[in-house]
Design a protein around this ligand. Structure first.
Ligand code: ATP
Ligand code: MG
Length: 279
C-alpha cells in the first residue's frame, strides 16, 4: 500500500473507533466538547465507549453554536445502521430543509451510497432512511419503527388551542413511533417557559429540574471562545432580554409578562414576600 493510502486507511480506522474523529470529519470543524458529548450519548443497547447512556437528550444551547450541525451528524451516524429510520422535525419547512441540507453535506464525507432521494427523504444502499419534515406536515404521524427522532428548534413548535403546554400535542403524537431501543433529541434555544422544551428543564415551580430522566446539555454562547466575536455583535444588536434568552439560554417568562415572576420570587426574602404575593 502506498504511503498516502496508508494514511487514508489509518484515518478511516481512527474514525471507526473514535466518535470525536467521526464528528470532526463529518462536520468539517474541530467539535466543541458539548458537541462530542451530545453526539456520543446513546441508548442503553448501543452505548459507545466513554459516551453517556440515555434514550432522551435535551440540548439547550445558544444561537449559532452548532446545534443543527451535531444533530445532522447524529443522523449520519444512524444512517450507518442498516434499515434504521431517522425522523427530523422542525417547526417550519425552512428549518426542516436546513437540517436536511446539513445531513446531505455531511453524507458526502462518508462511504454511504444514496439509492433514493425525494424532497423530504434519503435512502441508503443499506436500507437506512432519514426523513425531514416541518411539524406542520400532515404526514408526520404514522411512520413505523423510528430509531432516531430529532426535534430541532423544539421550543418554537407551534401549538394548538387545545394544549396547555405548547408543542405537547405534536411531541406526544410522534414519541410513540420510536422503537424501544430508539433515541430522541430535543434541541433549541429557549423561547419562554410555557412549552414542552422548557418543561424538560424546569419543574412546575419554574426551578431548574435536577432529576436524571433525560441527558441535559446546557451551553451559553458566552462559554464558547470561538463564538466570542459573534456573541459580542449579538450583544450590541439584540435587546438585553433577547440576549439573555438566545445567548445565555435563560428560560424567561412568555411574552405576556415583562417581569419574570419566578426570578422576582427568588430575589425576594421571606420578610419581603408580601411585596410579591403568590397569586
Ligand atoms: N465546532 C464548530 N467549530 C466551528 N464552526 C462550527 C462548529 N460547529 C458548527 N459550526 C458552524 O457554525 C455555524 C452554525 O452552526 P449551526 O447551524 O449548526 O448552529 P445552530 O446552533 O443550529 O444555529 P441556530 O441557533 O442559528 O439554529 C455553521 O456555519 C457551522 O458550520
Ligand atoms: Mg440550528
Amino acid at each position: 500500500m502506498a504511503f498516502d493510502g496508508l494514511i487514508t486507511w489509518a484515518e478511516g480506522l481512527e474514525r471507526s473507533l473514535d466518535a470525536k474523529a467521526r464528528l470532526q470529519h463529518w462536520m468539517g470543524h474541530e467539535p466543541d466538547s458539548w458537541q462530542v458529548e451530545a453526539f456520543s450519548v446513546r441508548p442503553p443497547a448501543s452505548a459507545l465507549p466513554g459516551g453517556a447512556v440515555a434514550s432522551e437528550v435535551a440540548m439547550r444551547v445558544g444561537r449559532q453554536s452548532g446545534k443543527t450541525s451535531v444533530l445532522a451528524a447524529r443522523c449520519v451516524e444512524e444512517l450507518h445502521v442498516a434499515e434504521s429510520l431517522s425522523l427530523c422535525i422542525a417547526p417550519s419547512e425552512r428549518q426542516a430543509k436546513i437540517i436536511a441540507r446539513e445531513v446531505t453535506r455531511q453524507l458526502r464525507r462518508t462511504d454511504l451510497v444514496v439509492t433514493r432521494s425525494t424532497l423530504t427523504e434519503l435512502e441508503m444502499s443499506n436500507g437506512a432512511r432519514v426523513i425531514a419534515l416541518p411539524s406542520t406536515s400532515d404526514t408526520i404521524r404514522g411512520f413505523p419503527s423510528v430509531s432516531l427522532l430529532v426535534i430541532d428548534e423544539c421550543a418554537f413548535l407551534k401549538g394548538d388551542d387545545t394544549e396547555d403546554v405548547r408543542g405537547e400535542a405534536l411531541i406526544s403524537g410522534v414519541l410513540p413511533m420510536l422503537t424501544t431501543q430508539g433515541q430522541v433529541y430535543f434541541s433549541s434555544t429557549p423561547a419562554g417557559k410555557n412549552n414542552y422544551f422548557a418543561r424538560l428543564f424546569l419543574d412546575e415551580n419554574g426551578r431548574e429540574r435536577l432529576d436524571n430522566d433525560l441527558h441535559r446539555i446546557v451551553v451559553k454562547g458566552t462559554e464558547l471562545p470561538r463564538l466570542s466575536e459573534k456573541v459580542e455583535r449579538m450583544r450590541r444588536t439584540m435587546s438585553a432580554t433577547r440576549f439573555r434568552q438566545e445567548i445565555d439560554v435563560e428560560m424567561l417568562s412568555d411574552g405576556v409578562s415583562y417581569f419574570d415572576i419566578s426570578a422576582i420570587e427568588q430575589a425576594t426574602n421571606m420578610q419581603e414576600g408580601a411585596i410579591c404575593p403568590r397569586m
